[in-house]
Design a protein around this ligand. Sequence first.
Ligand SMILES: Nc1ncnc2c1ncn2[C@@H]1O[C@H](COP(=O)(O)OP(=O)(O)OP(=O)(O)O)[C@@H](O)[C@H]1O
Length: 259
Amino acid sequence: MNSIHVTGLRVRHRKTLALDSLDLGLGTGVHGLLGPNGAGKTSLIRVLATVARPDAGRVEILGEDTAEHRGRTEVRRRLGYLPQEFGYYPGFTVREFVAYVAWLKEVPAERVPDAVERAVTRVGLADRADAKVRTLSGGMVRRVGIAQAIVNDPAVLLLDEPTAGLDPEQRVEFRALLRELGTSATVVVSTHLVEDVAAACTEVTLLDAGRVAYRGTPEALTVLGEASDGPGDHPIERGYTAVLRAHRAAGSGAREAVR
Ligand SMILES: Nc1ncnc2c1ncn2[C@@H]1O[C@H](COP(=O)(O)OP(=O)(O)OP(=O)(O)O)[C@@H](O)[C@H]1O
C-alpha cells in the first residue's frame, strides 16, 4: 500500500496554479522530485508535510486523511520534514535542538537521548553535538536540519533540497543515508541535482508547471537520455531535458492563469 496517496491536488498561490489536478501514489523507497524552478516541488512537499492546505483534492498519508484535524495530528507524529528554509534556534546546541524536535514529535522522553544521538551520528555531526547551531557552517546547519527530520524514525520523510550547501563528500554520505532510510520509509527528496537522483533514488517524479511530466526509475530516465541528442552532460540529464521538452510539446506544460 502507498503511504502517500494524492488525488486531484490543486494548490494556488494568488493567480498561479502551483499544482494542477495532481494524482500521485508513493510507497516505500526514495522518490526524487525533479523539475525546473517553479514547477511546484515545494508546494507539493508543503502540502504533504501538512503545513499548507490544498485548494482542492485529497491527500492521504499513512492511511489518514490530512483534511481532518485528527488525521493531521497523527501524521505529524510519524513524519519528518526538512523545509527549504529551515528555522532553528541559533542559541541551542545541536543536541538541544534535535531533542526539542523529538519532544515536538512526541518521542517518549526515555527514548529521546538515544534517538538524538543516533540522528546526530547518522548525519556525521556527533563531534559537534554540543556546539551551538549559530557557530556551524551552512552545510553543517543543513545536516542539523536532516537530523531533526529523522529523529522520530519517520515513516514518511520529506526533504526539500537537502543537499543544497553540502560539500561533495557530505553529499555522497548523505546519499548513502537516503538509500538506507528508503529501505523502510517513504522518502521524498526534491533536488536540482540529477546526480542525487541517479545515485540515491528508486524512483523519479518530474514535475513541470504543476503537473507530473514523468514518472519512472532513474535507469529508465537514463535510457531515454541515451537515445536523446538534447542538452545535458550525462545521459540522465539528457533524459530530464528530453522528457521536459516532450511534455511541453504535448501542450500539457502550459500553466493555466487563474483569473
Ligand atoms: N507564496 C507564494 N506566492 C505567490 N506565488 C507563489 C508562492 N509560492 C510559490 N509560488 C508560485 O507557485 C509556483 C510553484 O512554486 P514552488 O515553490 O512550489 O516551485 P518549486 O518547484 O519548488 O521551485 P524551485 O525549484 O524554484 O524551488 C511558482 O510559479 C511560484 O512562483
